[in-house]
Ligand binder design. Structure first.
Ligand SMILES: [Zn+2]
Length: 271
């Protein structure tokens, strides 16, 4: 099956258990055509809707109620860590406990590329949320940009993250991928794996193998090559999964199935 020849890939969404382990569906980018995006998204087997700031914890949670197949990660993104209130951690803990739709803390981490929040503030908020994840026994969704060393050191010092998690939009090399896998993390692979110049990420996929991979979109950001410059959405994860299958020389059906099982395991949803 070559999905690139299919004009309408949506019917295939219904047949295979596709996973988008990272989307921001509550963002304004989806306001104009929400119904259509929602309709296509319902065909996925699993979506993780991810919050980024204190003010979007509730919208992120609300959004997931639209879908039977959607779960939520709640947390403060490094960019937004400078804006948290003194009560943010308490609020976050409360919301995490409020419904079993919340299956992870995220996205959290360090972004030393843009430094929108001062590094020491980013670190403080990151560490506090890692400790909360261990307390609540939830996995974490990591955002790491130009900070693989720093995040790794923090994880080592906070102690093992009991439930592991996902390194979202992984952008390191195979050495970093292996290190994080060893710490109990899966590697989040999205649109960038389809970019012609991104040989490094395809190498990561090849080396760590499907058992350590989850698919994601980061919608509305990071669309696959076919949609570059446009808005991303969960259904485009078909292209990501297809590319992973190609790299590994395996059947799309098998890869989709395995990634779905990885996902259930990470979030403790195995029945
Ligand atoms: Zn994100």
């Amino acid at each position: 099956m070559d999905f690139r020849t299919l004009v309408d890939f949506e019917s295939y969404l219904k047949k295979l258990p596709f996973v988008d382990a990272h989307a921001h569906l509550h963002m304004r980018h989806f306001e104009n055509d929400w119904d259509e995006v929602a309709e296509r998204s319902k065909n996925l087997k699993f979506i993780l809707n991810v919050s980024t700031s204190e003010s979007d914890l509730e919208p992120a949670l609300e959004m997931a109620k639209w879908f039977d197949n959607a779960y939520v990660a709640l947390g403060i993104h490094p960019h937004d860590s400078k804006d948290v209130s003194s009560a943010y951690l308490k609020k976050l803990a409360q919301k995490c406990k409020s419904t079993d739709k919340v299956v992870a803390i995220g996205e959290i981490g360090l972004d030393l590329f843009r430094n929108i929040s001062p590094p020491d503030v980013q670190k403080k908020v990151f560490v506090e949320q890692l400790m909360l994840a261990n307390e609540l026994e939830l996995p974490v969704i990591l955002h790491i940009r130009d900070a693989y060393n720093e995040v790794y050191d923090i994880i080592k010092s906070v102690g093992p993250i009991k439930k592991g998690g996902i390194v979202h939009a992984f952008s390191g090399d195979t050495i970093w991928a292996k290190r994080f896998v060893k710490e109990g993390f899966s590697i989040g692979i999205g649109g960038p794996v389809t970019y012609p110049k991104n040989e490094m990420l395809r190498q990561v996929v090849k080396i760590i193998g499907v058992k350590n991979i989850v698919t994601e979109t980061d919608s509305p950001y990071l669309p696959p090559q076919q949609f570059r410059g446009k808005r991303n959405e969960p259904s485009y994860v078909v292209y990501v999964t297809m590319t992973i299958a190609e790299i590994l020389g395996e059947n799309l059906e098998d890869i989709a199935e395995e990634i779905y099982h990885n996902t259930l395991e990470i979030f403790g949803l195995r029945t």
